[in-house]
Design a protein around this ligand. Structure first.
Ligand SMILES: Nc1ncnc2c1ncn2[C@@H]1O[C@H](COP(=O)(O)OP(=O)(O)O)[C@@H](O)[C@H]1O
Ligand code: SF4
Ligand SMILES: [Mg+2]
Length: 334
């Protein structure tokens, strides 16, 4: 029996590193910590957005949650099961509970297969539903994502970008997963089509009780789409709060800068809004600075920032039930 009070996905101190070659004549082995000691929870039926610039570790974190890249350390508990320690047989079963929707549906859909076959494939490989029932399931999935039955016979190139993303969603739903990891699912789409796909995802969530890990580089995309937001910077979560707390009372200077680029829906706020530009680039991820990783770009950095690394902790309570965590020494002035 599923226990709704327990998180469906619990990530503890997850670290993923990649071996990289150092430059120079004596270049030895070094590691890039793409995900560096992150922890979060996701409840059944809820959406956690993971937001941050390109290269901040969002995709790697998501892949590690589904054990599609190996974690260096940490724990991923999925539906009560220690996922990283699961045997091959357990892993196969558990994998059916987690599906991905990718940014570019075109490159993730096999161009030689008809849409119906693409959606049917996970059912054929998992074999939990008898073969004669699968056509019916595929028809239902097409309907659920707003595609017409006659479109089942078409090939991916015969669909628009938005329709292709619908096929990707139907395919992801085929195994009746409880968690869907949406990795930049609308970033390649026109704004009008983005809204349609986000609406579809929201409707499916309420109909099917799905949990979403929703990854985006754009806070604007997630502002109507999530219960909580975790902001990542250089492999770390720098702020984590409920959606309302994060959008109404951001605490970390990086989040504030990201938010300043999102046009507010409130007219008065929009008129008063000033864009905070983040100067420079993130430091070398292979050799991150000792203190706060944002220090070289932060408008309010002080000496302490480059000396000691700020912990992600509740500095000022928010309204959300799981608290409002920020990793900054200067939350009071930020
Ligand atoms: N397979 C890999 N080998 C080496 N470095 C990688 C690999 N995958 C990702 N990275 C590095 O890890 C960091 C995080 O990447 P990624 O998770 O793709 O970020 P995001 O999804 O936020 O753009 C980047 O610096 C990226 O270059
Ligand atoms: S710890 Fe310092 S450098 Fe880092 S975000 Fe806070 S004020 Fe800026
Ligand atoms: Mg990515």
């Amino acid at each position: 029996m599923a226990d709704d009070a327990k998180p469906f996905l619990q990530v503890e101190n997850l670290t993923v590193r990649f071996p990289v070659k150092r430059g120079g004549m004596f270049g030895g082995k070094a590691y890039l910590y793409a995900v560096d000691d992150i922890s979060f929870q996701l409840k059944r039926g809820q959406t956690l957005a993971i937001v941050g610039e390109s290269g901040s570790g969002k995709t790697t974190a998501a892949l590690a949650c589904a054990r599609l890249v190996p974690a260096h350390s940490g724990k991923v508990v999925l539906d009560g099961q220690d996922f990283l320690a699961a045997s091959d047989v357990e892993l196969r079963k558990a994998r059916a509970k987690v599906q991905f929707i990718f940014q570019d549906p075109y490159s993730s859909l096999n161009p030689r297969l008809r849409a119906e076959k693409i959606v049917r494939e996970p059912l054929d490989s998992l074999q939990t539903i008898p073969a004669e029932k699968r056509d019916e399931v595929v028809q239902k999935l097409f309907k659920a994502v707003g595609l017409r039955p006659e479109q089942m016979r078409l090939f991916p190139h015969q669909f628009s970008g938005g329709q292709r993303q619908r096929i990707g969603i139907a395919r992801a739903l085929a195994t009746q997963p409880a968690l869907i990891i949406c990795d930049e699912p609308v970033s390649a789409l026109d704004v009008a089509v983005q809204a349609q796909i986000l609406n579809l995802l929201r409707d499916l969530q309420s109909d099917l009780g799905l949990s979403y890990l929703f990854i985006s580089h754009d806070l604007g995309v997630v502002q109507h789409m999530c219960d909580e937001v975790a902001v990542m910077y250089m492999g770390k979560i720098v702020e984590h709060a409920s959606r309302l707390d994060l959008f109404n009372a951001p605490q970390h200077p990086y989040t504030k800068a990201l938010l300043s680029a999102v046009p507010s829906v409130d007219k008065e706020r929009r008129e008063a809004q000033k864009r905070i530009l983040i100067p420079g680039d993130p430091p070398d991820p292979i050799d991150p600075p000792k203190g706060c990783r944002f220090a070289n770009r932060c408008p309010i950095a002080q000496d302490i920032c480059s000396r000691s690394e700020p912990a992600l902790e509740v500095k000022r309570r928010g309204q959300g039930e799981s608290g409002h965590r920020a990793a900054c020494h200067r939350v009071d002035v930020a």
